[in-house]
Design a protein around this ligand. Structure first.
Ligand code: GDX
Ligand code: MG
Length: 389
C-alpha cells in the first residue's frame, strides 16, 4: 500500500491543564504516521507551559523537531482567551509550516487517541473542507450549546443550516490549508479572542459555504468537568454576545454541503448522568443580586417574567423557565443586552441558570422527554423567527 505523506498539523491550545493528560495526548498525536507538526499554543509561560516544555525535552530528536511550542499573541479585542490561542496557531500554521491540513483538539481530553485524527482526516481526504467532532453528552450537559448557541442561531439565522449543527462550539476539528488562509484575514474570527472563537469559526464556515462534515465520536469526550454552573458564566456570556453583535449579518447557506454521522443509540449512562451540581447552582442563582441587576430585570423584561424571577430569588420555585419563556427572554436579550455593563452580564447568566434548572428538573425524571424538548426548542425558535421575517 502506498505510504501517505506526512501532511497534517495537530494543534492543542492550552491554558492550565494536567500535564500528564496533556503529555499523553501530545504523544498520541506524534505517533500518528501522517502528523508532521504538533503545535502547542499556550496561554502564557505558566506552570503548565513549563511542565510541557520539560516533557518535550524528554522526547527523541525526531519528535522534538516536529513540536512547535509558543505562547499566544494578542490578536483580538475581546478578553485574551482561547480565541487568541487558536488564531495564533492558525497564523503560525500558515506562515511556518507546509502541512496541508490543520486539526485542533482540546488538551484535556482523557479519551483522545490517534484514531480521532483518522476519523476527522477521513472526511477531509474525502473532499470536505472542514470536519468537526460531536459526541454523546449527558442530557444535562451542553447547556451553553443548546440554550445560547443553537437557540441563537435559530433566532438569528433561522433559514440556514446553522441551528442544525450538533456541536457548534466543539473544539475538535480539522480543516484544509485553504480554509486557514481565509481565517487569517477574517476580521470576525481574528477579533474573537475569547470563548466566542468557536462560534466565530462556525459562522465563518457558513459564510465561506464550506463542505462540512460532523463526525460522531461515540466513545465521548472525557475531559475535566465543571462543578457549579458559574464555571460556565464567562463562556455563556461571551458565546451569547458574539451572536448578538452579529445579528445584522446576512448568511445564506443554500450553497453549502453539510453532512453528519447518524447517531445510533446514545449510551444509557449519558441519559441520567447529572453534569453539574444542581443544589450549588440554585444557591448561586439566589446569591449576589445587586440593585442594578434587579432594576434591569424589572425594566426590560415582561412583568410575568420579572415577578417570577424575583420570587425565585427568595422562594422555592426556580424551575419555571420553559422554552416559551426562554424565547421571550432571548428576544429581550437580543435587543437590550449590553456586554459592557457588568450587571447585564450577571443577569444574562442568572436567567440562563433558570433555563438550565427547568431542563434539569425534567431531565432527572424523564431524560428522553427532556432531550425531546431541547430539540423542540430549536424548532420553536426557528419557526417563530421565520414567521416574523
Ligand atoms: N491558548 C489558550 N488560551 N488555550 C486556552 C485558553 C486560553 O486562554 N483557555 C482555554 N484554553 C484551552 C484549554 O487548555 C483546553 O485545551 C481548551 O482550550 C478547551 O478549554 P476547556 O477549559 O477544556 O474548555 P471546555 O469547557 O472543555 O470547552 C471546550 O468545549 C466547549 C464545548 O464544546 O462546548 C472548548 O473547546 C470550548 O471552546 C467549547 O465551547
Ligand atoms: Mg475541556
Amino acid at each position: 500500500m502506498e505510504k501517505r505523506q506526512k501532511n497534517i498539523a495537530v494543534c492543542f491550545p492550552f491554558k492550565k491543564e494536567d500535564v500528564n493528560v496533556f503529555a499523553r495526548n501530545i504523544k498520541e498525536a506524534l505517533s500518528h504516521e501522517r502528523v508532521k507538526d504538533v503545535l502547542l499554543a499556550g496561554h502564557s509561560e505558566n506552570e503548565t507551559y513549563k511542565g510541557i516544555k520539560a516533557f518535550v525535552d524528554t522526547l527523541s530528536e525526531d519528535e522534538r523537531s516536529r513540536i512547535h511550542i509558543f505562547t499566544q499573541k494578542r490578536i483580538g479585542s475581546k478578553r485574551p482567551g482561547k480565541g487568541d490561542g487558536m488564531n495564533t496557531a492558525i497564523e503560525y500554521f500558515v506562515k511556518n509550516t507546509d502541512a496541508e491540513y490543520l486539526h485542533f483538539y482540546d488538551a484535556d481530553i482523557k479519551s483522545f487517541n490517534k484514531s480521532w485524527i483518522d476519523r476527522v482526516q477521513k472526511r477531509l481526504d474525502d473532499g470536505y473542507d472542514v470536519a468537526r467532532c460531536f459526541y454523546p453528552r449527558a442530557y444535562t450537559d451542553a447547556m451553553v450549546t443548546w440554550n445560547i448557541t443553537r437557540t441563537g442561531f435559530a433566532y438569528t439565522w433561522p433559514e440556514t443550516i446553522l441551528p442544525d449543527i450538533e456541536q457548534p462550539l466543539g473544539g475538535e476539528l480539522g480543516m484544509t490549508r485553504e480554509i486557514t488562509q481565509k481565517l487569517i484575514v477574517d476580521s470576525l474570527v481574528r477579533d474573537a479572542s475569547d470563548w466566542s472563537i468557536d462560534t466565530a469559526l462556525t459562522i465563518a464556515f457558513a459564510r465561506y459555504h464550506v463542505k462540512l462534515y460532523e463526525v460522531y465520536i461515540k466513545e465521548g469526550k472525557d475531559h475535566k468537568l465543571y462543578g457549579k454552573l458559574s464555571d460556565l458564566e464567562t463562556m455563556a456570556v461571551e458565546c451569547f454576545n458574539i451572536i448578538k453583535e452579529n445579528k445584522g449579518l446576512k448568511i445564506d447557506t443554500s450553497g453549502m454541503v453539510y453532512e453528519k454521522d447518524r447517531v445510533e443509540l446514545v449510551p444509557a449512562e449519558y441519559k441520567t448522568r447529572v453534569a453539574f451540581d444542581i443544589e450549588g447552582s440554585i444557591k448561586e442563582f439566589k446569591e449576589g443580586w445587586s440593585q442594578e441587576m434587579m432594576e434591569i430585570v424589572k425594566r426590560y423584561f415582561p412583568e410575568h417574567i420579572s415577578q417570577k424571577v424575583f420570587d425565585a430569588v427568595h422562594g422555592a420555585d426556580y424551575t419555571f423557565m420553559d422554552i416559551d419563556m426562554w424565547y421571550e427572554v432571548y428576544d429581550v436579550l437580543m435587543e437590550k443586552f449590553d456586554f459592557n455593563i457588568k450587571a447585564w452580564r450577571r443577569v444574562l447568566f442568572k436567567l440562563w441558570v433558570l433555563r438550565v434548572l427547568n431542563h434539569a428538573e425534567i431531565a432527572i425524571h424523564d431524560p428522553d422527554r427532556a432531550l425531546e424538548i431541547l430539540h423542540r426548542m430549536i424548532k420553536f425558535f426557528r419557526s417563530r423567527r421565520l414567521s416574523k421575517v
